[in-house]
Ligand binder design. Structure first.
Ligand code: FMN
Ligand code: SF4
Length: 436
């Protein structure tokens, strides 16, 4: 099942992916209401029928890893919060600040009840009395669908837990868990220095479980069908399927649901194949890594991408056409990174601004060898120096660009020319405006 996210082009040969689990029954314009949802997914076992730790054990047996980017084992997080003092809180992270990613919006727009099922089950698992669902306030369709689903639930079945929806500021780091928690506590949506982590002291100072919305929806499926069913897809260490937003120079940009470990090239084929000759693919999103086109056979999994210094991140594959300059595209992303700094840590505020300025010179073929060395040094110096990992993403993307686009770099340095056609490919939004 694929849900188109953007422009269309003639479809090419695609390799079939297994039937959709998270988006079963969804079509591009569909909102799966409660009645259809119940027919498609049947009722999950009531939370009261599932003692807290058995639900956690179930997630442990399934081997579920978080789908928000870091891939942390869900059962460990659930247990850490359940072991804390009550009352506890669950935060569903549907902020999706990664610009090329549309998977959480797609899931919430088409199948909001599955996210709610997962959030209610997570609350039962950790013994939480309150659930807060954060959705970027600019993602209107997702917000509206979640709002409609909540209204349906409260007017019919009830939820058994205090569940609220919140429209969050459109800032990239607002989705980082400490930033989201600080915002829910009435502060700016900026990451805080840790510790304490949210699982110790989060919303209203209570132990708080922050979980990506896709992770929660997947929990709901595991509670219905069991760990063995879940493990039929994916790899032994990274079981299940996941949502991946595939875009760039492909036939029909779309969110696909694929078993973890599906080769990158098969993900591209699933959306109509390359729409042009490709020079590289970005995996993981802006908080990700450039890979050369000869890496298309690489499995889209943590283990598969690790040897290439990459990670699946939030589930993004972006195909870059050979007509674009990868250095110029990267320069635009680094400039966005600088604009999205929360302005709290020196290496992030000044380091990203300086890196962005100098990398723009590299992209414009106006840099010399000393400048290039400085870019490499600065990328190393900002990494791991922020209170959150925001600067690390820029450093990793820059480093991968210098490797993957080394031919372009040589041309820029030796001739002062760029072979790019000057037409931007990546949709880089302007930095957000408000932290509140
Ligand atoms: C800069 C930054 C931005 C992040 N943005 C998001 C986001 O938009 N959505 C999300 O679910 N997690 C995001 N995360 C990860 C969260 O901090 C957190 O790990 C995640 O919500 C946990 O859910 P999971 O275990 O289900 O993946 C971000 C992390 C960082 C460092
Ligand atoms: S590293 Fe940057 S984004 Fe993260 S907390 Fe510091 S200033 Fe904010």
């Amino acid at each position: 099942m694929t849900i188109a996210t953007g422009r269309t082009a003639p479809a090419r040969k695609t390799r079939p992916l297994p039937p959709s689990r998270l988006l079963a029954g969804a079509s591009p314009d569909s909102y799966i209401g409660l009645a259809t949802h119940r027919k498609t997914y049947t009722l999950p076992p009531p939370p009261s029928a599932q003692p807290r730790y058995s639900l956690i054990d179930l997630m442990g047996a399934a081997g579920l890893l978080g789908r928000g980017g870091a891939g942390f084992p869900t059962a460990r997080k659930l247990k850490a919060v359940a072991d804390g003092p009550g009352p506890r809180v669950v935060v569903a992270n549907g902020t999706e600040g990664e610009p090329p990613s549309a998977k959480d919006q797609t899931l919430m727009t088409h199948n909001p009840h599955l996210v709610i099922d997962g959030a209610v089950l997570a609350a039962a698992a950790v013994g939480a009395s309150q659930v807060l669902i954060g959705v970027d306030r600019a993602h209107r369709r997702a917000l509206e669908a979640m709002r409609a689903a909540l209204a349906e639930r409260t007017s019919t079945e009830g939820l058994g837990v205090d569940l609220r929806l919140a429209g969050t500021p459109s800032r990239y780091v607002a989705g980082e868990e400490t930033g989201l928690v600080q915002w829910m506590n009435g502060g700016p949506a900026m990451p805080t220095s840790v510790p304490p982590r949210p699982f110790e002291k989060g919303v209203a100072g209570r132990p708080t479980l922050v979980q990506n919305v896709e992770t929660l929806a997947t929990m709901a499926l595991i509670a219905r069908h069991g760990p063995e069913w879940f493990r039929q897809l994916g790899t032994p260490d990274e079981p299940g399927g996941r949502l991946v937003t595939v875009s760039g120079a492909v036939g029909q940009p779309a969110v696909v649901e694929a078993p973890i470990g599906t080769p990158i090239g098969a993900l591209i084929d699933a959306v109509g194949g390359p729409a042009a000759e490709l020079s590289a693919v970005m995996v993981g999103g802006f908080y990700g890594t450039w890979l050369p086109v000869d890496a298309l056979d690489t499995p889209y999994s943590r283990a598969g991408l690790l040897p290439l210094g990459a990670s699946p991140g939030a589930g993004v594959v972006l195909a870059l056409p050979a007509s674009a300059c990868g250095l110029a595209e990267t320069a635009r992303v680094v400039s966005w990174y600088a604009g999205e700094s929360a302005g709290q840590c020196g290496p992030c505020i000044f380091g990203l601004a300086d890196l962005s300025e100098l990398f723009a010179q590299v992209a414009a073929a106006r840099a010399n060898r000393d400048d290039l060395e400085t870019v490499r040094r600065w990328a190393g110096e900002i990494e791991g120096r922020g209170a959150c990992k925001h600067p690390d993403g820029a450093a990793r993307l820059v480093r991968s660009a210098l490797t993957v686009f080394s031919d372009e770099l040589t041309r820029h340095m030796s001739t002062g020319e760029c072979r790019g056609n000057g037409r931007p490919v990546l949709r880089v939004p302007p930095p957000g405006k408000t932290w509140r």
